[in-house]
Design a protein around this ligand. Structure first.
Ligand code: GLU
Length: 316
């Protein structure tokens, strides 16, 4: 019986860059080195940000890098009814409420919301005002999203145990706030979709970049609310540009596709990612499978990886 099950979950909002590729390589190694299974999930719910062809491109890049999977691809867009059922479960338990606030409303709310990791901590303006989104629409003329009600939830604090980062206690109401689980455009928000999927797809181990660390706390609340076991978390550092900010267009073209088109081999890319991850002392070409005997999460440096803008020069 396979007891470890991980996932690769690209969002087709763009093509894979060195940062995503590094997270996927480590997630793949962590599961494969322990004899586990992996699934591929395409997180294609991000409405207008989804790019045509990006899902196929992500699959092609993963395959080029030698990162295989046993199950999937699962497409979130084809599972809307499953997420809707979860929203109904939360609504029946009184754990979500409709909210018509705009971002501007939240920013200017009298109670001076403070910023959490996911942006502003919502001050709860719409809590308890309407039972349904239809009622909210009728009374305000505005479409409603649904927010998780951290006042109704049992937990004032939640502790995230992480295999890589130190344990962290979150003050649920102050630091996380009532986060969105269903969007105004009538689609599930990332937080709900990912929990429903990871639970149903029996994911036991989640490894991803640490910009999603606070999301683990929100997701843990949803697991508790839905009565499902949460996975083991491991959040690894991001790849950043020389300015310390997460990789983006301003750092030049860091897509896997661009390196491939410039003549880099998959082994060269994997070798660089392995070097960045403490698995090799030099950025020399290697295959993902070559790294399996060397894998240990403890080897991964705790500082962000810095992409200087140029491939390391091995001649000096
Ligand atoms: N689809 C998300 C991303 O590409 C990852 C979500 C997750 O790992 O929970 O950033």
């Amino acid at each position: 019986m396979v007891s470890i099950r991980g996932r690769l979950a690209p969002s087709p909002t763009g093509v894979l860059h060195l940062g995503n590729a590094r997270s996927f390589l480590l997630a793949w190694l962590d599961v494969r080195a322990r004899g586990g299974q992996l699934l591929l999930r395409i997180e294609d719910l991000d409405g207008p940000r989804i790019q045509t062809g990006a899902a196929d491109a992500a699959m092609a890049d993963l395959s080029w890098l030698g990162l295989d999977y046993d199950d999937g691809p699962f497409f979130q867009r084809s599972r809307l009814s499953v997420y809707r059922d979860a929203l109904t479960t939360l609504a029946d338990a009184g754990l979500v409420y409709p909210c018509v606030c705009t971002r501007k409303d939240v920013e200017s709310a009298a109670s001076a919301p403070h910023a959490g990791d996911e942006g502003l901590v919502y001050p709860g303006t719409c809590r308890g005002r309407w039972a349904t989104a239809t009622e909210a629409l009728q009374q305000t003329g505005r479409e409603a999203c649904w927010r998780f009600d951290t006042q109704a939830a049992q937990h004032a604090e939640i502790t995230i145990h992480d295999r890589f980062l130190a344990d962290r206690v979150w003050r649920v109401r102050q630091e996380l706030g009532d986060f969105v689980v269903w969007k105004k455009d009538d689609e599930p928000a990332y937080q709900l979709a990912v929990v429903v999927d990871d639970a149903e797809q029996q994911v036991t181990d989640v490894m991803r970049a640490d910009d999603l660390f606070s999301s683990a706390a929100r997701q843990e609340l949803l697991y508790l609310a839905l009565g499902k076991p949460s996975p083991k978390w491991a959040h690894i550092p991001l790849v950043v540009g020389a300015d310390g900010r997460r990789l983006a267009k301003r750092h030049g073209d860091t897509t896997i596709r661009s390196f491939r088109e410039a003549g880099r081999s998959a082994d060269e890319v994997v070798g660089l990612l392995a070097f960045w991850s403490g698995l090799r002392s030099q950025p020399l070409p290697c295959r993902a499978t070559d790294l399996l005997p060397d894998w240990a999460l403890e080897k991964v440096p705790s500082e962000p990886v810095v992409w200087s803008g140029a491939w390391p020069d091995l001649s000096s």
